[in-house]
Design a protein around this ligand. Sequence first.
Ligand SMILES: Cc1cc2nc3c(=O)[nH]c(=O)nc-3n(C[C@H](O)[C@H](O)[C@H](O)COP(=O)(O)OP(=O)(O)OC[C@H]3O[C@@H](n4cnc5c(N)ncnc54)[C@H](O)[C@@H]3O)c2cc1C
Length: 391
Amino acid sequence: MINILKKNTCCGCQACLNACPVGCISLKMDDEGFYYPKVDANKCIGCNRCEHVCPFLEQSESKKENPLAYAMKSKNEELRAKSSSGGIFSEIALSILEMNGVVYGVVMSKDFRRSEFARIDNVSLLSPVRGSKYIQAYVNDSYKLVKRDLEDNKYVLFSGTPCQVKGLKLFLQKDYDKLFCVDLVCHGVPSPGLWNKYVEYLEAKYKANIEYVNFREKLIGWKKFGIKIQGNNISRFLDSGSDPYMIMFLKNYSLRPSCYNCKIKKFGSLSDITLADFWGIENIMPNIDDDKGVSLALVNSNKGEAILDLISNRIEKNEVDFEKSIKYNPAFYISVKAPKERLKFFDDMHKMDFKGLQKKYCRKTIISRLKQFVKKTKVFSIIRRLLSRGG
Ligand SMILES: Cc1cc2nc3c(=O)[nH]c(=O)nc-3n(C[C@H](O)[C@H](O)[C@H](O)COP(=O)(O)OP(=O)(O)OC[C@H]3O[C@@H](n4cnc5c(N)ncnc54)[C@H](O)[C@@H]3O)c2cc1C
């Protein structure tokens, strides 16, 4: 029977809940706003299925040495503009849907209070699945639905974090020829409870209902992305260094405890393709960087190679040396460190309103203000110009 004694030993993939044959596992949100499984011991029959499907308990090595690495972008400019990086997820999803397959990916819930998995079987439903949602997603019974679709002999694409892909694979217990799994290089997942608090704060402040969120809006470019939030009475865009929710995420305050020591980074997820932002492309292949988004695709299996062949006429694809490809993306190989104020941060999340949290944890240091000033005023280029005139 699964029993979470230490929070950092549960990644929240919900494989245990899907695997339980008697439905005795439910999810409870903890004080930090993350979901954890809770077993009803009276109903439990002691089969231990929940333990066998747990990615943190089943730590078999599945990491491939040096996968093939590609810098890729979709040739469809509209689709790429709406995607987090190069739009490769959408191109793969389109090819599966065109074969009458189904796609499992993450969408925002109707009220925009959480992110959750959705099953789609039609191209017209793909748009909400596109783009990264920086909130840990609710899986619900998606793994069971994937199994049902595979047993109905359908092509299935499943796209999620590495721990969710591993949870699905352990749940299925066997390989299916028609299953394709895509995971992401993952910085870590922020608290759903914190996101909910942010939405409540914005809706109260603007007397609005939120109707659209894009965590990776490319208005000022792909590299300096921002978050766009719209609704009746609200339309706001803040770059990722100014939006308080994104600052709390990127400063690593708001991540799930297990993300600071991610076991899946160490052992591998069993996905066919790993997608990421190709950070550093301007140094490695400056000719293809237009600041509109380039994906890094790492191919982990023959099926992964087959999917890329399937979409080859819709994408631009350049092979890159693997070591170079991850040089600027540390999230591929190491977990981020927990800031020393992390526990205090979540303690404050209960005591303070969102504005208070923002004031305390998103303050800019003198150095970062100075850097921003220098950037804004272009002080250095002015001095350089003056010096060169003087010479
Ligand atoms: C929480 C999180 C952290 C990430 N951290 C990094 C990082 O540190 N470095 C890096 O290079 N890339 C990171 N990525 C991946 C990156 O943001 C892009 O998703 C990736 O480059 C693919 O982009 P795309 O344009 O091909 O497709 P997109 O259309 O952007 O991909 C969308 C797909 O991503 C999946 N997805 C979206 N949100 C979630 C979620 N909350 N949980 C699970 N799956 C989700 C969905 O299934 C969705 O279909 C992260 C993504 C997420 C969700």
